[in-house]
Design a protein around this ligand. Structure first.
Ligand code: SAH
Ligand code: SF4
Ligand code: F3S
Length: 511
């Protein structure tokens, strides 16, 4: 493992639990601790990334969790959800069992997200609750990991105000969880290990997957540096997993009977660009994945800038490659896109949408949009609304701009007042609701393929499942159909759900 950018810190924890006042007055922790650095995280070095295949769990740690339970709360994106699966896999290989009840847990981990301020507020709120639990149960191990741990301001704040936390580790240190736990158990020190720079790629980490759908990382990090976004700092530079490792993992999931796979990366279209010995793109990877016997393959997230013709050609072959593309636009104004450093214009985006629709006429598009970016005028916001009307997305994740420390946009004048941001978000959401409803209406009377997930949350007589385009479908049927594909005729399309009737009681054959 390369040593670059590592910061491993152990802090004397003289008081097992300190309240905010004590922590502030008794000690200045900054003298003990070099916090992670967003500035260092920004640097993109030329070092090669090595791939490691050895086991992550040392022999003496294989039974450390026997008789103990863990609870992990996950915030943020699918990348974090998948990291949680890896941590669960490691913990269970060490003998821990999972629990859904915090009160029962011997170890609690918060896998955090830093994307917007409200994501961070949730975590600090949760830490407040956990303090009481820790006071009642001093043996409880509390850990904070994920993207917030990569931020120096957050680590400092936890050390000062939440000194009862036992472990803080970053997104590049997940594979080190067994070693960090060992330290936390055998010493009385707070363990802080956050590498400001990405480490290598670690293969063969155990993963605890549940259900019939699986996530597969194809790459880590992001080099796009959109001016509002913290991710390139919290996740490091782009590193692609070797194609043979990705394909072997997917083949193994196919053998295990998984029905759907989502390939994950912050910018999947950049896959392979970091290989120095191989010309192999995301389109090439999709073409190879297409030949594996998994009924449905999705991917997220695509950056419009690098979405090339090769990829469109491959997606047009369909089969198990579903006709749903998540294509974040962020804004409909070329001016705002420029300030966001998205590196495409409104026109380029619309051209791309046209190309995709020509090759895959029934492609369903979804997107992400930010309103209230610094300097966004009403006219520029109107351009976003008009783009949404033109593209007719089936759904969108919409956000109000939230300045993130250390990003270039944080030093721009955040001059759109909060009530204006709120109003724009509401107008955008109203428009999206209307268009989403109209898009669903187009499916009335059509028969769609549904992967049955199980009984609906509110009514056990009703089954729920998803179309290839990931739309939620509800229909009457026997719960034995769970995990199978069926055909359903849509009889009652609504805004967020499609209600329908089963065509036959038999599972459907899927291409
Ligand atoms: N890699 C993905 C997005 C990851 S973050 C991509 O590039 O599409 C998910 C979404 O959060 C982004 O698409 C953006 O819409 C939103 N987002 C990111 N930073 C934000 C910020 N500072 N304020 C508000 N929304 C933000
Ligand atoms: Fe953030 Fe942009 Fe990278 Fe997406 S592509 S993770 S929005 S910097
Ligand atoms: Fe959040 Fe990190 Fe994902 S900031 S959105 S958890 S990459």
């Amino acid at each position: 493992m390369t040593e670059r950018g590592k910061e491993v810190q152990r802090m004397k924890k003289e008081l097992p639990i300190m309240d905010e006042k004590q922590a502030k007055s008794d000690k200045d922790y900054s003298i003990y601790f070099q916090p992670p650095s967003l500035k260092d995280a920004k640097k993109r070095g030329k070092e090669d990334i090595s791939v490691h295949y050895e086991s992550a769990i040392p022999d003496d740690m294989k039974a450390i969790g026997v008789g103990k339970r863990y609870f992990i709360r996950t915030y943020g994106c699918q990348m974090n959800e998948h990291d949680t699966e890896v941590m669960k896999g490691m913990l269970e290989d060490m003998g821990f069992e999972s629990t859904e009840d915090k009160l029962e847990a011997d170890m609690i981990l918060l896998n955090t997200c830093a994307i917007r301020e409200n994501a961070e507020d949730k975590v600090f709120g949760e830490l407040g609750h956990l303090k009481t639990l820790k006071q009642e149960k001093p043996g409880l191990i509390l850990g904070v990991c994920g993207c917030m741990s990569q931020e120096e301001s957050v680590v400092n704040r936890i050390m000062k105000k939440h000194a009862f936390v036992d472990i803080i580790f970053g997104t590049h240190n997940i594979h080190r969880l067994p070693m960090l736990l060992k330290e936390a158990y055998y010493s009385k020190e707070m363990v802080v290990e956050v590498w400001s720079k990405e480490g290598d790629i670690i293969e063969n980490l155990p993963k605890k997957r549940e259900g019939m759908k699986a996530w597969v990382n194809i790459m880590y990090g992001c080099d796009k540096f959109c001016t509002y976004c913290i991710v390139p700092y919290t996740r490091g530079k782009e590193r692609s997993r070797r194609p043979q490792d990705v394909l072997a993992e997917i083949r193994d999931l196919a053998r295990q009977g998984f029905k759907e796979i989502t390939l994950l990366g912050q910018n999947v279209n950049a896959y392979g660009k970091d290989f120095t010995d191989l010309a192999y793109s995301f389109g090439d990877l999709m073409d190879d994945v297409r030949k594996i016997d998994i009924p449905r393959i999705r991917f997220t997230t695509s950056h419009p800038r690098d979405f090339d013709d090769r990829l469109i050609d491959v997606l047009a072959k369909r089969g198990n490659l579903v006709e749903h593309i998540h294509l974040p636009v962020q804004s409909g104004s070329t001016e705002v896109l420029k300030r966001m450093s998205r590196k495409y214009s409104r026109e380029h985006y619309l051209e791309l949408v046209d190309k995709i629709r020509q090759a895959i006429p029934d492609a369903m598009l979804t997107t992400d949009i930010i309103v209230g970016f610094p300097g966004e005028t009403e006219e520029q916001f109107q351009e976003t609304l008009s783009l949404v009307r033109q593209v007719r997305y089936d759904s969108a994740y919409t956000f109000s701009y939230s300045p993130r420390d250390g990003t270039p946009a944080a030093s721009m004048d955040d001059n759109v007042p909060e009530d204006v941001k709120k109003d724009r978000l509401k107008r955008l959401n109203d428009l999206m609701t209307q268009i989403g409803r109209e898009q669903n209406e187009l499916l009335r009377g059509q028969t769609v393929e549904v992967l049955v997930e199980g009984e609906s949350k509110t009514n056990p007589d009703v089954l729920s499942g998803r179309t290839r385009t990931n739309k939620l479908v509800l229909f009457q049927g026997s719960k034995e159909l769970s995990g199978q594909f069926v055909h359903v005729t849509i009889t009652e399309p609504q805004t967020w759900v499609l209600k329908g009737q089963l065509v036959t009681a038999q599972p459907a054959k899927v291409v």
